[in-house]
Design a protein around this ligand. Structure first.
Ligand code: FEO
Length: 171
């Protein structure tokens, strides 16, 4: 089975997006750890690992089709944030960009009647729905609980719990 050059290049571009997302979440985790947000650190270290698995799914998909996957260089991620809330908002924008790239690939697959890639991408479409919802819910906590020190400490605990749930699901 062959996939088009357009689709090959879109998938290779997606490898790059997932690699950059992984790197960027790693930088967020490190900032959280350094700043004292232990929950945020666990959450984003886990999130970084998750993005690496997304990248690997595409690497394996291409290589198994006989198309050499391109392992990209990654950009230097932002390493300084003004608050835990701004970290989460940056993460949500990054997820929205990834979602739109995935939707574009789905459109290419539909147009080219590439049923295999279409089926392969279904997992990513669903994953993005969950990811965006997760970040939106976490960002809402600042409105619901507040932004003072105690509230942020509470939100950090919520992030710690979420990191544990994700680790259990991945296991
Ligand atoms: Fe792999 Fe969260 O996008």
């Amino acid at each position: 089975m062959k996939i088009s050059k357009t689709m090959q290049s879109a998938l290779n571009n997606q490898i790059s997006l997932e690699a950059n997302a992984s790197n960027s979440y790693l930088a967020m985790a490190s900032w959280c750890e350094f700043t004292g947000y232990e929950g945020g650190a666990s959450f984003f270290y886990a999130q970084s690992d998750e993005e690496r698995t997304h990248m690997l799914k595409i690497v394996h998909y291409l290589n198994n089709l006989g198309v050499a996957a391109v392992i990209p260089a990654t950009k230097i991620p932002a390493s300084n944030y003004k608050s835990l809330e701004s970290v989460l908002k940056t993460a949500l924008s990054s997820e929205q960009a990834v979602t739109s790239a995935i939707h574009k690939m789905v459109e290419i697959a539909q147009k080219e009647r590439d049923h295999s890639t279409y089926a392969f991408l279904e997992w990513f479409v669903n994953e993005q729905v969950q990811e965006e919802a997760k970040f939106e819910t976490l960002i809402q906590k600042f409105e619901l609980i507040g932004r003072d020190k105690l509230a942020i400490n509470e939100i950090d605990k919520i992030l710690a719990a979420d990191a544990t749930v994700s680790a259990d699901t991945a296991a």
